[in-house]
Design a protein around this ligand. Structure first.
Ligand code: G3P
Length: 329
């Protein structure tokens, strides 16, 4: 427990930073998310809330509901689209509405976190979002990293062949099922929250997640082998209901936009530190870290790029999106 607190302390401190008290006539803004307190998604939501409330001097009461308190991801996405709640944080689950959103997490696309950061603050983000707001009824305001996905497996994984044939948990998103297929795995779609039980029951032999999620559930106590494959950078962001957004007075809209930008920048700045602390927690906790050799990395790159075919089939501007990242190298 102490180690988890240590790992997430920086994030938690920032996320839980002093929130001012507000009068009863404030405008309530509810934001739903799925990750626990202290993880980057929740930190992003809380910082956004803090920035809006500070800048509007109590006009808005931005209430943050992490850890699926307002329902599972699908449910709170639907609530945001309908305007039952005003905002939510999520990731490529929105590709069920608009396939291009899966390209926020295009496998093996970026050379580094910095590369991804520039692309998400630039043309790539804009191109991915083209058409999404009209189709979905909500607008993606920002993009921030939850971390690179790494494999956790029951048995050690030292080469691409060790990944083949495994029953691996995947998020229930076509991109992830396709990636499992490219690796010759049997992808088992389920929410991340069900992973620890599925490991105990032997339903799965592993999965892939950002290190913040891996330490969040102390995965290394159940499954010791963590392979630093870094094959997908998980990008989540804050989505806002279009009607609510359109009705904001211009000066408030600017405050919301600025808060979205600032909170995302804060999470980007923390990303490297989160990974470093997580690696320490895993090794201190008895987990085994494997750093893939160049041959393994090249094979992962090939498998990752194999999924891009899915984008060419389902996203009209896929090539433009993929090409756009080159300018940020
Ligand atoms: O962006 C969503 C995707 O990365 C889901 O990942 O493992 O949190 O379900 P997970």
């Amino acid at each position: 427990m102490k180690r988890r607190i240590l790992l997430l302390s920086t994030l938690a401190m920032l996320g839980a930073a002093t929130l001012p008290a507000y009068a009863a006539d404030k405008i309530v803004v509810k934001i739903a998310g799925m990750k626990p307190d202290g993880e980057p998604e929740t930190v992003g939501m809380k910082l956004f809330a803090k920035y809006v409330m500070e800048a509007t001097n109590g006009k808005y009461d931005v209430q943050v509901y992490p850890n699926s308190q307002l329902g599972k991801e699908d449910a709170y996405i639907a609530q945001t689209r309908k305007g039952i709640i005003q905002m939510c944080a999520t990731g490529t689950q929105t590709s069920a509405i608009w396939p291009a959103m899966a390209m926020l997490e295009t496998p093996m696309l970026y050379d580094s976190m910095e590369h991804a950061h520039k692309a998400m603050n630039g043309e790539t983000f804009k191109l991915i979002n083209q058409g999404f707001a009209e189709k979905s009824g909500m607008t993606l305001m920002n993009a921030f990293p939850l971390g690179f996905r790494h494999f956790y497996t029951k048995n050690p994984v030292n080469s691409i062949n060790d990944l083949k044939g495994l029953r691996m948990r995947v998020p229930n998103i076509p991109l992830y099922l396709e990636f499992a297929k490219q690796l010759g795995q049997s992808g088992q779609p389920m929410p991340f929250a069900e992973v620890p039980a599925a490991i105990d029951q032997g339903t799965i032999e592993g999965g892939d997640s950002p290190l913040a999620d891996i330490v969040g559930v102390k995965m290394y106590e159940k499954i010791k082998n963590i392979t630093l494959s870094g094959h997908i950078l998980v990008i989540h962001g804050l989505y806002i209901n279009n009607d609510f957004y359109a009705k904001l007075p211009p000066e408030d809209k600017k405050i919301f936009d600025d808060a979205a930008y600032r909170s995302a920048e804060d999470v980007w700045k923390m990303a490297a530190e989160v990974e470093k602390k997580a690696i320490k927690e895993i090794t201190d906790g008895g987990g085994k870290i494997v750093d893939p050799n160049p041959e393994f990395k090249a094979a992962l790159k090939k498998a990752g790029e194999g999924t891009w075919e899915l984008f060419y089939k389902t996203v009209p501007n896929a090539k433009e999106i993929l090409d756009s990242v080159n300018q940020y190298k």
